[in-house]
Design a protein around this ligand. Structure first.
Ligand code: GAP
Length: 457
């Protein structure tokens, strides 16, 4: 494997940028925050939407064999008996007899409390599911759980989707949604929180073809991150040891990313065998088998599950994109975000606030925002405005100057190289679209030319 690319950001710096620029804020901050809950600000919400859209496009829109689903977060409590979460979704914890802090046994180095040195209790199992009550009466019969994974919504809809879409094996379902876990060890910013979003595929295959599909999805999902800009050398596949396998898994690999705190799981890909359909058939009393037209046999499909986290992906994309360099003797902080992921695609920067210039700049703004998220900024020097856009990963800045009023041309600056071109306003939409799709920056539209900083028009 090639050596990982050194990451130029530590978690503290990234948290600070995210907060300062409106990507991510601590949840309920005015009340002192709520442990491990995060709020996505104006830029963060765009980044997350772009990640989810890119995933949906790759796994649903561009495929014939996967359909989408949006199941309810609250599910029948028997779901969690059948899935094994009521029994098996637990962490062994010990409690300090003095300060009452709880610790995961596998996080402890010694046999006393890491916080106060106090004596610890024997380990007890704690379930990680959040409980609540459905209806007005708060008793055992009305307990429901916030789903700890989106997967179960897809298993319980297997027959519905099969009947309504008339899909044949192999086929899959894809779902994006919130999941909740009462995690004991949280931290590392949005890496592990108690409320997060998952992007999961449940891919149903004929038993016997599961190994082949498992390998297919490992490659497919690994490449998805690379296509969206993550450096290959900062990703690796890690096979789960037998003792690490979840109760449902026959085999599992993690796609690990080299986060600032070290290698850690970004996405898990599991071969769940027939565990889920067998369990739900048993607990619901409904048959969840599949009639194989070729062999004329009823079979229980196996499931291959690529399960990714939206928040962890956002963290990985931000870490990998972060860069610092010296430009003109000044520190330039920039995010090399892939244009598909960048929250703002184009920033319109009029060189002055004079009325005529502003009118033209606003007209361009109104036109381009029909296509993309476009920012308009007329505050402070042009250099500062460029820096602000670099720091949030905006791929293109567009300056409107006095000459624009006469020649109907504007200048575009590319984020990573700071190269500039000048082109007719009439060519903007088409040119920007092509550049956002990866066209070389110096491929010029009719009437366009390469522009040198400081050049007079
Ligand atoms: N259905 C399988 C499943 O949920 P998982 O490995 O527990 O598997 C899948 O979770 C993905 O969900 C992880 O790879 C991670 O990206 C994300 N994830 C899990 N727990 C998380 C947490 N507490 N905070 C943020 N993301 C989490």
């Amino acid at each position: 494997m090639t050596k990982p690319t050194p990451i130029k950001v530590d978690m503290e710096k990234l948290v600070s940028l995210c907060q300062r620029r409106g990507f991510i804020f601590p949840g309920s901050e005015i009340y002192g925050g709520l442990s491990s809950c995060w709020d996505y600000g104006p830029l963060g919400v765009e980044l997350k939407r772009n990640i989810k859209q890119a995933w949906w496009r790759a796994v649903v829109q561009e495929r014939d064999d996967i359909v989408g689903l949006d199941a309810s977060i609250l599910m029948h409590p028997q779901t969690w008996e059948a899935s094994g979460h009521l029994k098996g979704f637990t962490d062994p914890l010990v409690e300090c007899k003095s300060c009452h802090l709880r610790w995961r046994v596998d996080d402890l180095a010694g046999d006393s409390c890491p916080s106060c040195g106090g004596e610890l209790t024997e380990p007890r199992l704690f379930n990680l599911m959040f409980k609540t009550f459905m209806g007005p009466i708060e008793d055992e019969a009305s307990v429901v759980y916030l789903r700890p994974e989106t997967a179960q919504g897809m298993f319980v809809n297997f027959e519905n989707v099969l009947d309504t879409t008339r899909k044949r094996l192999p086929f899959g379902m894809a779902q994006i949604g919130k999941a909740f876990r009462n995690e004991i060890t949280t931290g590392n910013f949005i890496f592990r929180s108690r409320e997060f979003e998952q992007m999961e595929i449940e891919f149903f295959v004929k038993p016997g073809s599961d190994k082949e599909w498992f390998d297919y999805w490992l490659e497919e999902r690994f490449n998805w991150y690379v296509k969206l800009g993550i450096k290959k050398e900062n990703l690796k596949l890690r096979q789960h040891m037998k003792h690490e396998l979840a109760h449902y898994a026959k085999a599992c690999y993690d796609i690990d990313y080299l986060f600032p705190m070290g290698w850690a799981e970004l996405e898990g890909i599991a071969n769940r065998g027939d565990f889920d359909l067998v369990q739900h058939a048993k607990y619901s009393g409904k048959s969840l088998d599949y009639f194989d037209e070729e062999t004329k046999e009823h079979i229980i499909p196996y499931i291959i599950e690529p399960s990714a986290g939206v928040d962890r992906s956002a963290l990985a994309f931000l870490c990998d994109a972060y860069d610092e360099e010296l430009a003109g003797g000044e520190l330039r902080v920039l995010l090399h975000l892939h244009p598909i992921l960048a929250p703002i695609k184009v920033a319109i920067l009029p060189l002055s606030r004079r009325e005529k210039l502003v009118a033209l700049a606003k007209q361009i703004h109104a036109d381009l925002r029909q296509c993309w998220m476009v920012d308009y900024d007329d505050a402070q020097s042009i250099g500062r405005r460029y820096r602000r856009q670099d720091e949030i990963g905006t791929p293109f800045c567009l300056t409107v100057d006095f000459q624009s009023l006469e020649d109907e041309q504007v200048t575009i600056r590319e984020r990573d190289t700071m190269n500039q071109i000048r082109l007719p306003i009439a060519e903007l939409r088409r040119t920007l679209q092509a550049k956002l799709e990866g066209e070389d920056f110096f491929v010029l539209p009719p009437g366009g030319r390469i522009w040198k900083e400081g050049e007079s028009v």
